[in-house]
Design a protein. Structure first.
Length: 99
């Protein structure tokens, strides 16, 4: 048993197959860890020429909004009013492109 363990451990070290853990803080962790409501809203698309396909592709653009505890309905109403006032889409399509 010990020989198999040592062989495996040394083989992993030689191949550098140790597990990678990224402990970097990301702003996306703020709302769930603080127990706050968060809504992510797609607001548009960015067109670019793909280096892989050489075709015009689109990337989604979205905004994350965080608000105070208990304000879920208020944040949804605010976002709906804002999207309407700025003539931004209120829904997305299924398929390759969102709008």
């Amino acid at each position: 048993m010990a020989n198999t363990y040592n062989t495996t451990v040394f083989a992993l070290r030689r191949l550098r197959l140790t597990p990678h853990v990224n402990w970097k803080w990301d702003v996306d962790y703020t709302a769930p860890l603080a127990g706050l409501p968060q809504v992510i809203v797609p607001i548009g698309q960015y067109e670019y020429v793909s280096r892989i396909t050489n075709a015009l592709e689109k990337l989604p653009i979205s905004v994350a909004v965080i608000s105070a505890r208990g304000s879920e309905i208020a944040i949804l109403k605010f976002l709906e009013e804002f999207l309407k006032s700025e003539h931004l889409p209120l829904s997305v399509e299924t398929g390759r492109f969102a709008f």
